[in-house]
Design a protein around this ligand. Structure first.
Ligand code: HEM
Length: 222
């Protein structure tokens, strides 16, 4: 299982890619660009969850398998994001001619989306083992940019004019998933600070900050 997990993830991604292309339920409700957007974000979410889950819950079952799956999840997310961007460029924006008539303000969500896509391209290109060896300590620094990509994607999604409004229940599920990731990241950051700066040990302000951040997201999304 441990060795096969990446192949399984790639296989699953290819099947989902084809299923989204055909557009059967639940994808029939969405535009082709949105189908791949959601798959990209879902796989990126799983990629981002790996570190906090395995650090905050060190005894989580299948820990090594989860850690091994991360690379395949990230690369799959990149391919979904690329398909989304190309499909949106052709279908929603009408190619270069369509973009030419947009004002700078109207282009902003796509500029931000393109910046996020560039980061995902850099991650995917530097994922083979020989690139990890070649980049050494810079590899980890470079791959931290995935968090910036996550923030840019959030801004892109907020600003972009959408063709379909999601049902409120789905919005709530997305909100809860994001909240869970933020809480785990805060707990992880809290541990990192306590190790590095002893005076912060046993301080309880990070959980409070998490609740405040969640409230803020909740307030902004409704
Ligand atoms: C060149 C880069 C990009 C362009 C031109 C672009 C374009 C678009 C367009 C036109 C939409 C509206 C789609 C619709 O409602 O039918 C959209 C929505 C969206 N995009 Fe992008 N995008 C880009 C990059 C990205 C990236 C890298 C991601 C994330 C991995 C992403 C995630 C999303 C999401 C989640 C939505 C919302 C889908 C919905 O609510 O229906 N986009 N984008």
């Amino acid at each position: 299982m441990n060795k096969q997990v990446r192949r399984l993830v790639y296989l699953e991604a290819v099947v989902l890619w084809g299923y989204a292309y055909i557009g059967l339920w639940p994808f029939d409700y969405l535009t082709p660009a949105s189908r791949y957007a959601f798959l990209a974000v879902f796989f990126l979410y799983l990629t981002l969850m790996v570190s906090p889950v395995t650090i905050v819950f060190p005894n989580v079952p299948y820990k090594l398998t989860i850690l091994r799956a991360r690379k395949a999840l990230g690369i799959s997310s990149f391919f979904f994001a690329l398909t989304h961007a190309l499909t949106a460029f052709r279908d929603n924006l009408g190619g270069f001619q369509g973009i030419a008539v947009l004002s700078l303000n109207e282009r902003l969500p796509y500029i931000i989306g393109s910046a996020a896509l560039l980061i995902l391209i850099a991650m995917a290109l530097t994922s083979p083992p020989f690139m990890v060896n070649r980049l050494g300590k810079y590899w980890k620094r470079l791959h931290r940019f995935v968090y910036l990509a996550g923030v840019l994607i959030l801004i892109h999604v907020t600003l972009v004019p959408k063709s379909i409004n999601l049902p409120p229940v789905l919005n709530r599920i997305i909100f809860a998933m994001l909240g869970f990731l933020i809480i785990l990241e805060f707990v992880r950051f809290n541990r990192f600070l306590s190790v590095r700066y002893k005076f912060l040990e046993n301080k309880r302000f990070w959980p409070l900050l998490s609740i405040a951040a969640l409230y803020l997201i909740y307030a902004l999304s409704y």
